[in-house]
Design a protein around this ligand. Structure first.
Ligand code: NAD
Length: 424
């Protein structure tokens, strides 16, 4: 299913202001030197290219393309490529920083990057998209590389585009180099388990948090906002572990069944219904926003950013929020959530299962060996559980929320590594 454009922002002028404000708080708690703080907040490299592409009607259009490497202190940088009409350098800069923290929280040896092309893939033919992807790759041939910078899909791109990127890059090197990009189709060296990896990590984080909160999964209820890649797998895997998923939602609305929704049936219904839950017969429709304020134990926002805001945070009744989406909670809502004693497994922790299995894809490509799905799941579950425990223990040590603890873990790791490596 393709990514759908985010809803209008309510609390944040720029969704990544939320990220920067938490970065600032965590850096102060850690007592990071001003010099190091400035290094960590500034991207290491920013590249802007103009890409002239011949369109199907014979005309030539010039597209703006971006790649920002926020940090390569921990290793080669990693981050997706976004095709969207609204992409701009500031957004890409902020998303690149987000990737640095996410990789550091799950302790994988990557820095953070992000790329984007200002275009509307929904209005372009497959041939036009292929030419654009190949032109972008060629323009980034000095930037990308298995030991330098490893792209992946993001909003508006998927396995097909990654296959073109791998092919174009390989042509320039005179040999097949599949480890230059992750999120490829399986036959080109994609990893088993990647499709469900983010939802699976959400499930692992949710169970780990429930254990701390002494919530028995077999007696717990859950609501999941967003029924795309992340939300539907998170719902399915939680249901398989005994959690009663009483509400799900997508852009068509929210669906509630107090006896529990049959998630497998909902996925099959969506797949045979143009990717939407419209008319799903296994539950009653409720107001789209009502899903956030249901009387449930666990709430999983897995749709888009800035949905839990200063305007609706008071109505939230869940004991635990597990953030499948990036930036679903505005910084202004954080304090109320903390005052209400709600535990949050924050985005840079809870949805890091995807980048973890992308890392496994890269490892397998470099080994020239394919792991079984069972091995991928076992190893990613361990990484997610260890990362959760580390963030939880840090939150107790510093007496801060799980979100600030996740930033403390990440910033501390990058700052220490920077100090050891040294600057000029
Ligand atoms: P997707 O396009 O597959 O699914 C998005 C779902 O959210 C769709 O069901 C859509 O109808 C629904 N939705 C959108 N706006 C909504 C709204 N306002 N209310 C209710 N439902 C709404 O996307 P995805 O890959 O599942 O990504 C979801 C979120 O998770 C995004 O924030 C994304 O950045 C984040 N994320 C995804 C991955 C990944 O591996 N796919 C990894 C990390 C983070």
């Amino acid at each position: 299913m393709g990514y759908i454009e985010p809803a209008p922002l309510k609390d944040e002028k720029n969704p990544f202001e939320a990220m920067m404000s938490r970065f600032h708080i965590a850096s102060q708690i850690l007592g990071i030197d001003d010099e190091v703080y400035n290094v960590l907040k500034s991207p290491a490299k920013q590249v802007i290219v103009s890409l002239p592409i011949t369109m199907d009607d014979g005309s030539i259009r010039v597209f703006d393309g971006y790649r920002v490497i926020h940090s390569n202190i921990l290793g080669p940088s990693k981050g997706g490529i976004r095709f969207d009409p609204g992409v701009n350098i500031d957004e890409v800069k902020a998303l690149a920083a987000w990737m640095t923290w996410k990789c550091a929280v799950v302790d994988i040896p990557y820095g953070g990057a992000k790329g984007g092309i200002q275009c509307n893939p929904r209005e372009m033919s497959s041939g036009e998209i292929e030419r654009l992807m190949r032109a972008y790759t060629l323009s980034m041939v000095e930037i990308f590389g298995p030991d330098r910078d490893i792209p992946a899909p993001d909003m508006g791109t998927g396995p097909k585009e990654m296959a073109w990127l791998m092919d174009e890059y390989s042509r320039t090197q005179g040999m097949t180099i599949n480890s230059v990009v992750t999120g490829k189709p399986l036959v080109l060296g994609g990893s088993l388990g990647r499709t469900e990896a983010t939802g699976r990590g959400v499930m692992v984080s949710a169970l780990a948090a429930m254990e701390k909160l002494k919530i028995n999964p077999y007696k717990a209820t859950c609501a999941v906002q967003g029924f795309g890649n992340v939300g539907s797998f998170a719902a399915l895997l939680l249901a398989e572990r005994g959690v009663k998923v009483v509400a799900i939602s997508d852009l068509s609305g929210a669906y509630h069944n107090a006896n529990g929704i049959d998630i497998q049936a909902a996925i099959e219904y969506r797949n045979s219904n143009n990717g939407t839950l419209t008319g799903f017969p296994g539950a009653e429709m409720i107001g789209g926003d009502e899903i956030l304020s249901l009387e449930v134990d666990v709430l999983v926002p897995a749709a888009t950013e800035d949905v839990i805001t200063s305007q609706n945070v008071e109505s939230i009744k869940a004991k635990l929020i597990v953030e499948g989406a990036n930036g679903p909670t505005s910084a202004k809502a954080d304090n109320v959530i903390n005052d209400k004693g709600i535990m949050v497994a924050p985005d840079i922790l809870a949805n890091a299962g995807g980048v973890t299995v992308s890392y496994f894809e890269w490892v397998q490509n470099r080994l020239g060996y394919k792991w079984t799905g069972e091995r991928v799941n076992r190893r990613s579950d361990r990484i997610m559980k260890d990362a959760f425990d580390n963030v939880y223990n840090t939150s107790k040590e510093y007496n801060v929320s799980m979100r600030i603890a996740a930033y403390i873990v990440a910033i501390d790791k990058v700052a220490k590594t920077y100090k050891y490596r040294g600057g000029y």
